[in-house]
Every structure is written in C-alpha cells, then in structure tokens.
Design a protein around this ligand. Sequence first.
Ligand SMILES: *Cc1c(COP(=O)(O)O)cnc(C)c1O
Length: 832
Amino acid sequence: MSTLEGFEKAKMIAEMQQLLGSEVKDLEEGFVHYLYNTLGRNVNSDAYYQFKALSYTVRDRLMHHWKKTWHAYNEGDIKKAYYLSMEFLIGRSLTNNLLNLGVETQTEKAMYDLGLSLEEIEDAERDAGLGNGGLGRLAACFMDSCATLQLPVMGYGLRYEYGMFKQRIQEGFQIEEPDHWLGFGNYPWEIQRSEYTRVVRFGGQTRMFTDPHTSKLSSLWENTSDVIAVPFDVPIPGFKNETVNTLRLWSAAAVEDFDLTQFNAGSYFEAVSDKSAAENITMVLYPNDTSENGKELRLRQQYFLVSASLQDVVCQWHHKYNGDFTNFAQYNVFQLNDTHPSLAVAELMRILLDDYFMEWTKAWEIVSSCMAYTNHTLLPEALERWSVPLFEKLLPRPLEIIYEINHRFLKQVAMKWPGDQNKLRQMSIIDEHNHVCMAYLAIVGSFSVNGVAALHSQLLKDGLFNDFYRLWPNRFNNKTNGVTQRRWMASSNPGLRALLKSKIGEEWITDLSQLSKIEDFVHDKEFRRSWMKVKRENKKRLAQLVKKTTGVDFPEDSLFDVQVKRIHEYKRQLLNVLHVIHLYSSIKRGQVDNWTNRCVIIGGKAAPGYAMAKNIIKLVNNVADIVNNDPDVGNKLKVAFIPNYRVSAMEIICPGTDVSEQISTAGKEASGTGNMKFMMNGAVTIGTLDGANVEILEAVGEENFFLFGLKTPEVEEMRHHYNPHHFIDSDEDLRAVLGLLESGHFNQFEPGIFNDIISSIKSSNDPWMTLADFRSYIDTQKAIGLAFQDHERWNTMSIINSARSGVFSTDRTMMEYNRDIWKLTPIAHNAK
Ligand SMILES: *Cc1c(COP(=O)(O)O)cnc(C)c1O
C-alpha cells in the first residue's frame, strides 16, 4: 500500500473512532479503558485517578469537534480575535465540560453502574488556579461565552507550573503553600503541541546597520539569550453546539537541553542553571492582585506571553498569505486583558519591522488598528511602570521601538496643544522618573480602550485618562463585565436549575434574559415555596463546607452574610469586621430586641507581601474565635473565615448566600463580578454605589438592594478634610467597637498585634475612609436583619434579584465586545 493510501486509511479509521458514543455503556467503556490501560489502576483506586480516567474519556469526545472547529477557523478568510491574558482562573473543568457536552445524566449513570459517585470524582479535580481573582476569572468566563456564541476567539496565556498559592490558616494567620496543580504528570485537559514551538529573545544589544539589499537603515538585535515557548492547548467547548475553541498556554523551556559549548568548557553547573533560569519564566504565578512590584521576572513573563503569541499568529498568517500583510488588521484583533500584555504594541511593531522588513508607517497602521485595551483598575499602585534601565537590559529592541512610538505620539500631542509643555510631560509614555508607563503605551497603540462597568468607564474618561480621552474621544467605551451562567448557575446550583426547568425551560442557559420570566411566578405560592427550599438546601451544603473547613456550626435558619474576594483595604473587609464587633458588643450589652441570628462568612487570599491584608485575616480569625466561643452569643452570631477561597469554593458559597457584601469605597472597585454570581443565585446585595453595583441597583430597584455609604464625588470631596475623629466622637456604637478593639479584647495574649489596623482606620489619611461609612453601614445592616425576619418579603427580593440578573451574563458582554470592537462573524458548523 502506498503512503498516501495508508494515510487515507488511517484518516478513515481515526474519523470512525472519533465519533465516539455518548451512551452509558460507551462512557463506561472509555472510563474503564483509561483507568486500566492508560493509568494502570482499578475501579476502586483513588478518586483522583477516577477523575483522570473520566476526564480523558470526556476529552476524547471533544477531540473531533475541536479539530473541526480549528479547521473551520483556519480554512477560509475568517476574522479572529485573540484574548491575551496573564491569568486564566479556570477552576475545575470536568463538571463544566459534561454540562456543555450534554452528557451529565449518562455519565452519572455510568459511574453509578460501576459503584462510583460522579460527585466524588468531580470533587477530586484540582482547581486550575492560574489567576488571582476577578481579572483571571473574567478571562475564563469570556472563553466559555465565546465558545457558546461560536465566536472565533482564541485565548493566549501562560502555563504556570505553580498556580495561585494554597492558603492555610494557622493560629489565625495565613500560611501560603505552593500549588503544584499539575500533580504528577500532566493536566488531563491539555494537549502539548510542540510543533508550534516559538523562540523568545531576551537581553543582548542592538546595533544599527544598513541592509545591503534595500540600503535601509535597520536595527539588529543580537547576542540575545533565547527561551523556547512550548504551547499546551486546552479545549473550550461551547454549550451543546459542537464548537470547541482553544486556550493556548505557553510553557518555557531552554533552547537546547544544555548549552554544549559551556558544558564542554567545564561549566557544567552554569549550563544546567541556565536551563533552569529559562524554565523559571513560567514557574509561578505572581500572587499580587491589583498591585505590581516591578520585578524583572514579571516583565520577562509578560514579554514571553506577548512574543510567543504574536509570533504564533503572524507566522500562521505569513504562511497562509505568502507574506502579504495587506489585510492582516482586517482579519486579526488582539484584546489586551489589562496592561499586562501591553508590550504587544511594541512586539508586533518589532516583528513587522525586523522580521518582515515593513516600513514604520505601514506597520503602525496595522498595529494600531488591531490592538484593543481593557483597563481593570483605577488604583494608582496597580498602574504598571517599568524602569528604563531594567527594560534596556532585558528588552533593548522593544525599548527602541517604544521610544520611537513615543516620539511620534508626542508630536501629535504638540499639534493638539501647541506650546503646552505640561501636556507633553504628563502624557509621555516615558515618565519623569524614567519609567515606561504601560497603560499609556496600550492607549496609544490601541483603537479601543474600555473600562469594565459604566461608572468605571466614566471615571477613566473624567480622571485617569482624561488627556487621552480629549485627544481621542471615540477610542473610549464601556463593556460591563459579566459571569457565565453555565458555571455559576447551571452547574453550581442544580437545585435552582431543576426548579427553573420546571417553570421556564432551559433557554436561560444560553439566553440569560429569559430569567425575567420567573417574575411571572413571584406570587405563585408553590413556586415561592420551592425557591425557598432550594435556598435552604444550598445553605445546608454551605454550612457543611464551613463545618468541614473551620469546625464552626452554622444553623441554617440564620441569615448567611458573605464577603468572599481578595483581601484588600479598598474592598473594606475591615468595615465588615467592625459590624461583626458591633453585633457582638450589642449582644454583650443585652441589646438584642428584634434580633436576627446571623452567620458571617469572610474568605479570601492576601498577597503574601501585603502585611495589612494578612493582618486583617488574623483579626477576622481572632474575632471569630471570641464570638464563636462565648456562651452569651450562642446562635445569635457565628463568624467563620473560610480558608483557601477559590473557584471551586465559590461554586458552593454563592448558591448558599443570603446577603452579598460589596462594600468597597465608592470609586475604587472597577466592576466586581462576585456581586453578579451572588445576585444570579438569589442573594440580596448590601453595597456602596461602586463598580457594577450601580448597574445591579438599576436592574433590581432600591427596594431590592441595600445601598449605603458615600458616593464617589462625596468620597473625593471629603478626602480633603477627612476627620475620622468627627465620626468617632459623634457615634456611641463606633466608640464601643473601637473601645473593644483598643482594649485588646480580641488579642489578649498577643499584645499590640492590631495596632496598625486601628491606627490606619483612625488616620485622617485613610484612603478608604472606612469610618465615614460606619454609621450608614450599621443602619443598613440593621434594616437587613429586620427584612430577613419577614420571610416572604425576603423571598420576593431573592427571586427578583435572580430574575433581573440576565444582563450580567458574559454572553451579553461578549456580544458587546463583538458588536463594537471585534466584529467577528459567528461560525456555526455541523461537525459530522
Ligand atoms: C468571582 C471571583 C472573584 C472576583 O470576586 P470580586 O468580589 O469581584 O472581587 C475572585 N476570586 C474568585 C475565586 C472568584 O470566583
């Protein structure tokens, strides 16, 4: 048989095998095959191996559609978008992939027939924690929605060996432990694709030279230290639509296994350590949420992601179109998730100029019409700036290009504001302290700049980027964040899913606006009872998690009051603690008329170098310890700090929550997405007028939202004359709370440990102005307690919150990105 015939035959066999069945017996067979033959284990092996075997079985059933999707995107002239992000906070995938494939029932039966529990198997999956918090989780929700909408979008990220650290609590303190999430061997959802390996350059020098062929003056980047980027592809299935998109994660490796010249010269040690230096690049995720520290390795990571991803896209284009870049910008768009990948602006210029010998103006025309930048924060400490000497050492050629971009940009500024030296200074990409301002680079190089909630986008235009807005008003737009209801309702809240199915069917799974239909049943007695029952079951599940992880008993009829998110001063977990202390102090003083029993959950990780945030965790734990062990308190108040908050924990937490705490200082939270997950699952929000809370309030109305606190302009106005003592002197409750704190009641054998916290909230320089909102917060919490006693009223609020959450689906968010920025055509394909 000829090679060609053999190839055709192999292809036929493969295609036949790829159409794998999804009947119970097919799934059983696949599962047992992997367990016995690939993993070498028995059915009664550890749940982790059962999880792996089942994941391979499921992955097989994605493979055919994955290939079909890939070909559909790459065959014709199809515009594609690339989502560049340093973080993808995926969490677990088995449950989600079963849902999107539509094989949950069969799989559950298959496992049951083998004497196994699907739930236990799902529980054995480790979270892929390749992100810190909201920004990384947003990227993961976007990927899910794009696949469901059949948009040709590819994610590009890094395959960190160690994801977000594991948080353990020891004597009330946060202890960080490494998260080697890959376990032994590989992640079952990934496919290594060494054939798409790229080379990324660092260091070296640049030298001007005249190209002998074109006699053009060019820059040569030489003597570089090179690192190899190896892609690992993760399938992203859409919901029952035969689309499987790709998330490509890069892993760093040394160029050659060892540098043989060094090796032979006797430098064995140096040769080996160079290898590990290269591999270091994707070793660990930086655990800082919204704060940067200018570390060299971080800049290396950013360039590594950007360079590998852009080379990937450009090389494929070059191949397909024989080096003709005329239509490149028409068919490719890059969405930059915050400034982390904003080097893409310089890197695409470098590739076009140096590798494909394009003219500057032509290259700039392409670059500036295919980059789009999303801003995620107004906090000054989060705005990335890299020192020029560091940049020069690591990335001399991209730096040259940034200088040239800046030079040409400043000429434009000078045209707009003739003679205004201040403007030039303020807007320069290279700032007065000789730092490269990555946000300015991103804005200058992009055709679209968006914020992530209406308020945030407005504040960008009015404040942080006002000069740029005046120069290019049309570049600025808003795209309010969302979350995917597939993960955050359909898979994490099966009780609610069943109830919804019986009333409005399942269209809401791909069209969340359908949820509004449940408002028709808001007076339906039977529906109301079922709604309450679902919430009750979910509270049970949450109480079990609390018991298992903290040992604290949560009575299910109490109000479950939850604040889970990264620990940060601007998010004001401290305000929550002050309220808890106030409740405790009221109980101790016998002020318990009309009392509502309450269980308070706080959870979240602190950046390992953020001393104040870590101390807040300690305070929560110490307060919990006193409250939970005081016989006077009993069931009136329970407090628990849930350790190791992560995606899989949130899947249990949000369905079981009554009150969602969204209490940041107004103007500081860009959007928030935790708020949306809670709302969808029927929690009522207590919140400031900040981020997407503004839009949540607008959707549900004031009677279904507990609004409190200063508004953004009030915060900014008060900042000039903020005097916490004014609030302390005029508020007896606040004095009682501070009195308990200052007396050392919560740290009797640990003298002084909370002094920094106390002085920060009593300082007139407290940027978060916690005490200014104390009274309003306490009063609003009181109103919540009373509202909860009226079960019927509370139930109505719960139903309405969920019913009106349709707009917060990432399906809506993605449709808006596509309508206004990407302009892609959905690709429906019948993969047969
Ligand atoms: C949704 C989510 C976040 C974001 O929460 P915010 O309250 O918006 O800060 C962070 N971490 C995890 C694990 C999440 O699921």
